[in-house]
Design a protein around this ligand. Structure first.
Ligand SMILES: Nc1ncnc2c1ncn2[C@@H]1O[C@H](COP(=O)(O)OP(=O)(O)OP(=O)(O)O)[C@@H](O)[C@H]1O
Ligand SMILES: Nc1ccn([C@@H]2O[C@H](COP(=O)(O)O)[C@@H](O)[C@H]2O)c(=O)n1
Length: 666
């Protein structure tokens, strides 16, 4: 996950490949609660690992459930409907799928078994309505205290208190379908007689209720549905664990890749694994909306293949009540259409993680789009004159994921712009590795992928500065010195004459190099520590003088230029490898400072060293690097010089990030 303040997406141009979706959020949290209410053990496979499931799991632990995690499999030992803990304070973040059902289940259990439970969340959760559910539960006889504003969390659920289950339980269905879901999940716990739930108003988001009913059936509860107006939980209902259950991929998350295929999969399709025509989730019907806009979609039971069909996309007008979450994706696809796109019946957007109608309208306008909005609709015009924009994400995962599709503006305009996504880690709510997954299947022109080069003499701090800068921007790192070091080491081990450039160059293609978690592998051997030895540095500078060796390493170094960007450190990054780099830094420090730092570095690793000979070695290495004919160590003409003799690491990084920001259009 990109845990950084912003992520810049350079212009993207194509897409192809296979994406495996994370588990559905809606199914994951429902299944966890059902497993917790059942008796015995339930093995839940392919569970979504995200913020929302994490708060649910924490809550279940606090209530006394057994929870054992092994990768994306979680085993729950349920309560069998009996409260083990009679008091708990449950923090539920911004997870509506945890807040609403837990409120109902705990209110009902506290009423019948006694206890006191507080449920709270982040500030936005305390602005998300729950009053209709609370009213329904109070109507039943549950004792619920408002701990903040009436009608919103936080709440206290306490008991015992007598329940009146003879009359129908009434709940509004026109604000959030989660209120009805919460009652459907909670009331089987007390269904000694038939319990009838009646919906007031037009029920929205019906497909989510279908998920609830299907999962209830898997756990032994056969709810009788009377149209969408009434639901009857049969007398004697009892949760029975299915033993093992698989969570299907998240259909709402699929929408970004369906949109991606429609916009950018011009040659080969995007294959999406984990949802398909047999999916329980209503958002799978997003494919119909995407097809109406022009996407070419094929569907199997648990997979989708999407490629570009009509281009430009077609503007549409669509009632999106059945796909409220996925529909947000359409509003960004609309930028690539041939006419306006109007999405209606989306009032629920206003009470989600943020006011999504306002958020989408504001951020689309930043890109230059003409957008109109109403209480329950949004209309977006196609965009021709794109502006580089810094997209605010409102702590809303879907805003962040949707706007990644704006990075394909190169497909409709000559004047391409990058897109900055602020706080990209908000995707952790449902799809922590969203951007990594996206980068695996999209393509950009190499010259569009930003590069920062950091060249300079030995021990000036290039590697440290490159690592920290890359971390701040989410970029990859090329430690080109490591490639010369590994070549020198391998040549020495092979007994080669290091003055024979052709012989040394010939072993480069045979090296079985691996780069994993910041370590360098030669075959199966982790040679990272060996490479950092001073002696290996000297071997490196000996082999680095040969043009054939430099040529042999050339393409390998270029291959590090990957999305979303690269920081490359070495001696000739700005002069030879990336002459068009967006920012070039030439980093220096006095020889005395550098020798002192290297000395400290070695001593801290428990390696004894002599500061005078270290200084002699590094000066000798610098001399050789400066005076060789092939790509000598020298600043590029357009490099910015940074002498960090008197700067801390943090100050150096801040300087480079300032220079970088000055070059950005945001
Ligand atoms: N600005 C700085 N202030 C203090 N110490 C620093 C600074 N920059 C780097 N260092 C320290 O100096 C040492 C050498 O830094 P680093 O290994 O990054 O240099 P390098 O230029 O990449 O070296 P080489 O050329 O040998 O690969 C490290 O211990 C690092 O923590
Ligand atoms: N772009 C580069 C990088 C390194 N070298 C040579 O490798 C030696 C080791 O580099 P470190 O950065 O790991 O210290 C260095 O002294 C150079 O001779 C190079 O030529 N070009």
């Amino acid at each position: 996950m990109f845990k950084i303040p912003f992520l810049d997406l350079p212009p993207l141009r194509g897409a192809a490949g296979t994406v495996r979706l994370p588990g559905s959020k809606s199914i994951s949290n429902r299944v966890l609660l059902l497993a917790a209410l059942s008796e015995g053990r339930t093995v839940v496979r392919d569970l979504l690992a995200s913020d929302d499931t994490a708060v649910m799991l924490d809550a279940l632990r606090a209530l006394g459930c057994g929870v054992a995690k092994d990768g994306d499999t979680v085993t729950i030992v349920g309560l069998g409907g009996k409260l083990l803990a009679k008091q708990a304070h449950l923090f539920l973040g911004n997870a509506g799928t945890a807040m609403r059902p837990l409120t109902a289940a705990l209110a009902v259990m506290a009423a019948t078994q006694g206890g006191s439970f507080e449920v709270s969340g982040v500030a936005r959760m305390h602005e998300r309505p729950i009053g209709d559910l609370v009213d329904a539960l109070r109507g039943l006889g549950c004792a619920i205290d408002d701990l903040g504003n009436s009608g919103y969390p936080p709440l206290r659920l306490r008991g015992p208190s007598p329940l009146a289950l003879d009359a129908p339980v009434k709940v509004r269905g026109d604000v959030s379908s989660q209120f009805l879901t919460a009652l459907l999940l909670a009331l089987p716990l007390v269904a000694e007689k038939d319990i009838r739930i009646e919906v007031i108003g037009e029920l929205i988001s019906k497909p989510y209720i279908e998920i609830t009913l299907a999962l209830l059936a898997r756990f032994g509860i056969a709810v009788r549905r009377e149209g969408w107006e009434a639901f009857v939980i049969p007398a004697g209902s009892r949760y029975v664990s299915p033993g093992e259950i698989f969570v299907e991929g998240d259909a709402s998350s699929a929408s970004y890749f369906v949109g991606l295929g429609a916009i950018a999969a011009a040659d080969a399709p995007i294959r999406i694994e984990g949802v398909g025509s047999a999916s329980l989730q209503g958002d799978v019907r997003f494919i119909e909306a995407a097809a109406a806009m022009g996407a070419d979609v094929k569907a199997g039971p648990n997979w989708l293949e999407v490629r570009r069909g009509a281009w430009p996309l077609r503007g549409i007008t669509l009632d999106c009540n059945h796909i409220p979450d996925a529909a947000m994706t359409l509003s960004v696809m609309a930028l690539y259409a041939d006419g306006p796109t109007t999405l209606t019946n989306i009032a629920s957007w206003r009470v989600k993680e943020t006011d999504r109608i306002a958020a989408m309208a504001t951020e689309l306008r930043k890109l230059g789009a003409t957008v109109e909005e109403g209480p329950d609709w949004i209309s977006v015009e196609p965009l021709k004159n794109w502006k580089a924009a810094s997209i605010h994400t409102y702590d809303d995962h879907r805003v962040a994921m949707c706007f990644s599709l704006a990075a394909f503006n190169a497909l409709v305009t000559e004047r391409t712009v990058p897109v900055r996504v602020l706080e990209p880690h908000c995707v952790a709510k449902t799809f922590p590795d969203y951007f990594e997954t996206l980068f695996d299947v999209v393509t950009a022109r190499a010259e569009d992928i930003p590069v920062i080069t950091i060249d300079g003499p030995t021990a000036s701090g290039k590697g440290t500065l490159a690592d920290e800068t890359a971390k701040a921007l989410g970029f990859a790192v090329l430690d080109s010195g490591a490639l010369y070091r590994v070549t020198g080491l391998a040549a020495r081990r092979a007994g080669l004459n290091l003055d024979d450039g052709h012989a040394v160059a010939a072993i480069v293609p045979t090296l079985k190099l691996g780069f994993r978690d910041g370590h360098v592998f030669l075959g199966e051997e982790d040679v990272s520590a060996r490479l950092r030895a001073e002696a290996t540095g000297l071997l490196a500078s000996q082999v680095a003088v040969h043009p054939p060796v430099r040529q042999a390493l050339h393409d390998l170094q270029l291959s590090f230029r990957r999305l979303p960007g690269l920081v490359a450190d070495g001696r000739d990054m700005g002069t030879a490898l990336f002459p068009g780099a967006d920012l070039k830094v030439f980093l220096t420090a006095s020889a005395a400072t550098r020798a002192e730092r290297r000395h400290k570095q070695l001593i801290s690793k428990g390696i004894s060293a002599n500061i005078t000979s270290l200084r002699e070695d590094l000066e000798a290495r610098d001399e050789r690097d400066k005076n060789r004919s092939a790509s000598p160590l020298e600043p590029a003409q357009d490099a910015l010089l940074l002498d960090n003799s008197d700067l801390s690491i943090e100050e150096s990084v801040t300087q480079v990030l300032d220079w970088w920001q000055q070059r950005r259009p945001f």
